[in-house]
Design a protein around this ligand. Structure first.
Ligand SMILES: C[S@@+](CC[C@H](N)C(=O)[O-])C[C@H]1O[C@@H](n2cnc3c(N)ncnc32)[C@H](O)[C@@H]1O
Length: 374
C-alpha cells in the first residue's frame, strides 16, 4: 500500500490536512507548534474556539492528546474530519458508492428551488452534484461522510479562474460574499460559473490530502459553545494542561454571515440574514463578559497547573487594555490564581483577500498574544 509522505517532523513537509478548508481568522500552525514546544506539560491540549482545528490537529502531530469545540458547524466539521479521520480506503469506497448512486437515474431535485445567486454561482451540472451531496452526506454521524463534507467545504467556493479545484464561480475562498453583491460583481466582471465535476475534484483532493499520513493519535472535536465545554467534555475534567486559543474578535462579523454558503452546504438555509452585529462582539463590556463566561465554561477541565495562550486581534483595543481585561476575565471566570507568564507579543495583520474582493481597504488588525499560568 502506498502510505504517501510521512507526517511533518522528519521531512518538514507541511501536513496536507492543515489546509483542508480555509477558515476566516485562523492562526498558523507554527504559532501552536512554538507554544507546544516550550511547555513542559503532558496533559490534554484544548481549544474552546477551535475554528478549523489548528491547535487540536497540530497537538496531535506533536503526539499530544487534544480536543476542542466551536459553535460553528463548519468549524466542527472541518476540525472533526482532520482530527479523527477515517482511512483513505474507506473514504474512497464511500465516494465511489455516492458517485454510483448519483449517476443512476433519479428524479430527486435535491432540496427545492434556490435563488438567483445559486444559478450564477454554480454551473447547472455542478450544482446538481453539490445539491445531491448536500442531501445525502451524513456528516454528523459518519466519519467518512464528514471527511467528504470537509473536502466539499474546502472546494465549494474559491478562485476558480486560477484553480480547477473549486466548484463555484469566482469567489474568495475564505468567506462567502453577499449574494446580491456577488451576482452584480460576476455580471460586471463577465464571470461565468465553470462546469466542474465535483466527484473528480473530490478524488483529486482526497489523494492530495492523504499524501501525508494522519497522525497516530486522534482528537475529539465537538460542535459546542465554549461556555458549555465541561458539559461537552465531562471526561476531560482536570485533564487539560495547555489551552492555545483565539476567541472571536471584537467588531468582527459573525460566522453566520461570513460562512453562509458553507453553512448551507451543511444543511442550513439558502439565504443569509444580515442582522447587524452580535452585541457581545461589538460592546466592549459584553465582550469581556462573554469571555469571562467562556473561561468559566472551561474552568473545570483545567488541571492543577495549566498554561493558557490567548491570541486576540482588534482594531479598537490596545495592548494594555487587552492584557488587563483578559487577566480580569480569567481571574473571575476561572476563580483561581492566574498570572501573566510573559509580557505579550503584538503583530500587525495585512488586509485580507476578502477585503480586496469587496473592494474595501479595512484598517489592519493588530493581534496580541498572551500567555498565562494557572
Ligand atoms: C478567531 S476564530 C479561531 C480560529 C482558530 N484559531 C483557527 O486556527 O482556525 C474564533 C472562533 O470562535 C468561534 N466561536 C464564536 N463564538 C463561540 C462560542 N461561544 N463558543 C465556541 N466557539 C465560538 C467561531 O466560530 C470561530 O471559529
Amino acid at each position: 500500500m502506498d502510505r504517501g509522505l510521512p507526517i511533518k517532523g522528519s521531512t518538514g513537509v507541511r501536513h496536507r490536512f492543515h489546509s483542508i478548508c480555509p477558515y476566516f481568522a485562523m492562526f498558523p500552525e507554527a504559532f501552536v507548534e512554538k507554544h507546544l514546544s516550550v511547555t513542559s506539560h503532558k496533559g490534554f491540549v484544548f481549544d474552546p474556539f477551535c475554528g478549523r482545528g489548528t491547535t487540536v490537529f497540530q497537538a496531535l502531530l506533536q503526539s499530544r492528546k487534544a480536543a476542542g469545540c466551536d459553535v460553528n458547524p463548519v468549524a466542527a466539521c472541518i476540525s472533526g474530519a482532520k482530527c479523527d479521520p477515517p482511512g483513505l480506503h474507506d473514504i474512497r469506497v464511500r465516494l465511489t458508492e455516492l458517485q454510483k448512486a448519483f449517476t443512476e437515474p433519479d428524479d430527486g431535485d435535491w432540496g427545492g428551488a434556490l435563488g438567483e445567486f445559486f444559478e450564477h454561482c454554480f454551473h447547472p451540472e455542478t450544482l446538481l452534484q453539490v445539491r445531491y451531496l448536500r442531501c445525502v452526506l451524513d456528516h454528523k454521524h459518519r466519519k467518512d461522510d464528514r471527511f467528504i463534507a470537509a473536502l466539499c467545504l474546502g472546494s465549494l467556493h474559491g478562485e476558480s479562474h486560477k484553480s480547477p479545484n473549486y466548484f463555484s464561480n469566482r469567489m474568495p475562498r475564505t468567506i462567502s460574499t453577499k449574494p446580491e453583491y456577488s451576482v452584480q460583481w460576476w455580471w460586471r466582471e463577465d464571470c461565468v460559473a465553470p462546469r466542474r465535476n465535483v466527484f473528480e475534484i473530490l478524488e483529486r483532493m482526497l489523494a492530495y490530502r492523504f499524501q501525508t499520513h494522519p497522525p497516530e493519535k486522534t482528537g475529539c472535536v465537538a460542535e459546542a459553545d465554549a461556555r458549555d465545554a465541561t458539559t461537552a467534555f465531562p471526561e476531560l475534567k482536570g485533564c487539560v494542561t495547555d489551552v492555545i486559543t483565539s476567541p472571536p474578535y471584537l467588531d468582527t462579523t459573525n460566522y453566520h454571515e461570513d460562512q453562509w454558503l458553507r453553512l448551507w452546504f451543511l444543511g442550513g438555509a439558502p439565504i443569509v440574514q444580515y442582522s447587524g452585529h452580535d452585541d457581545r462582539h461589538t460592546s466592549k463590556i459584553n465582550y469581556w463578559k462573554f469571555l469571562q463566561e467562556c473561561w468559566e465554561g472551561i474552568g473545570p477541565l483545567l488541571a492543577d497547573q495549566a498554561r493558557l495562550v490567548v491570541r486576540i486581534g482588534s482594531r479598537r483595543l490596545g495592548k494594555a487594555e487587552i492584557k488587563n481585561e483578559l487577566l480580569r476575565s480569567l481571574l473571575s471566570g476561572l476563580g483561581r490564581e492566574v498570572r501573566l507568564a510573559d509580557p505579550g507579543v503584538t503583530s500587525d495583520i495585512a488586509n485580507t483577500q476578502a477585503n480586496s474582493f469587496r473592494g474595501t481597504k479595512g484598517t489592519p488588525f493588530t493581534e496580541h498574544d498572551f500567555c498565562f499560568a494557572v
